[in-house]
Design a protein around this ligand. Structure first.
Ligand SMILES: N[C@@H](CCC[C@H](N)C(=O)O)C(=O)O
Length: 276
């Protein structure tokens, strides 16, 4: 299986272009993503034919579970499609489990310098995120973890997120609290967890614990969910730069269309062949 190792701000993927997904894909994802015995990645990403868009993307987390959506992987897929000349277009529609995403590439001297993605409308109804709460939206909901009281705002960008605003992101938050919140009974399909410090009206710091792969250096859908939660709770305006461990994403929640745009880079690291 020929693959390209890519990343979006350090959130890394093994990307393959295939006709179909193999039946043992969950097992394959675990093996390929293993950082000691495999290539090493946060996820295995398939670019596939689509009957309703230009291409289809499917993403499997490093624990083998399939995610509905992945913002950083979408940007990598768009760059892959352009670099390998699967199309000459710089406006591409990508089918995902969360819907069709419209992607715009910025190309300078034949090189993709940035990718802007229409990530669709945020889902705020508690039962649809999903959470166990029949509220719309689920804002600043208390959750007790090991005797610590925290508040989360629930946002789905196709996949679920619990955004937690804190004064200071402490070292133990992501790896200590993240895995407990990921599997908390409040979230029937588990959740991604974002810890966020507000810097000002248009900048935030965010660290993330991802469902199905643990701490990552960046999360595109998490950055979108954070921008939505920050605006909903009156902490920022509708456009923010989200500063992540791996770099910055620019997120705009377009109020007229009620869609979220994400702009950021994507990078090729190396290519290789996985022996099946
Ligand atoms: N890193 C991603 C999200 C990947 C999926 C996530 N772990 C989930 O299970 O929902 C991003 O950039 O959005």
């Amino acid at each position: 299986m020929k693959f390209t190792k890519m990343h979006g701000l350090g959130n890394d993927f093994v990307v393959v272009n295939e006709k179909t997904v193999p039946t043992d894909v969950l097992d394959l994802a675990v093996k390929v993503c293993d950082r000691n015995f495999g290539v090493g990645a946060d996820g295995l990403v398939y670019i596939l034919p689509s009957e309703i868009a230009d291409f289809q993307m499917r993403i499997f987390n490093s624990d083998g579970t399939e995610a509905e959506q992945c913002g950083n992987a979408i940007r990598c897929v768009a760059k892959y499609i352009y670099d390998y000349q699967l199309t000459a277009a710089t406006e591409i529609n990508l089918e995902t489990k969360a819907g069709i995403q419209a992607v715009s590439l910025t190309v300078v001297d034949s090189k993709v310098t940035a990718v802007r993605v229409n990530m669709g409308s945020p889902i705020l109804e508690g039962e649809k995120v999903p959470t166990i709460f029949n509220e719309n939206p689920v804002i600043e909901k208390e959750i007790m973890i090991d005797g610590t009281s925290l508040c989360f705002t629930a946002v789905s960008m196709g996949n679920p997120h619990a955004v937690i605003f804190v004064d200071t992101i402490e070292n133990h938050f992501v790896k200590g609290l993240g895995p407990i919140i990921e599997k908390h009974e409040y979230f029937p399909r588990k959740t991604n967890v974002e810890f966020v410090e507000i810097l000002n009206q248009s900048e935030v710091n965010m660290h993330v614990w991802e469902r199905g792969c643990g701490e990552t250096l960046a999360c595109g859908t998490g950055a979108c969910a954070t921008a939505v939660a920050a605006y909903l709770t009156g902490r920022t305006g509708p456009s923010v730069t989200v500063r992540l461990k791996g770099g910055d994403l620019f997120i705009e929640w377009d109020q007229e269309q009620n869609v979220v745009y994400m702009t950021g880079p994507s990078t090729v690291v190396f290519t290789g062949t996985w022996l099946l």
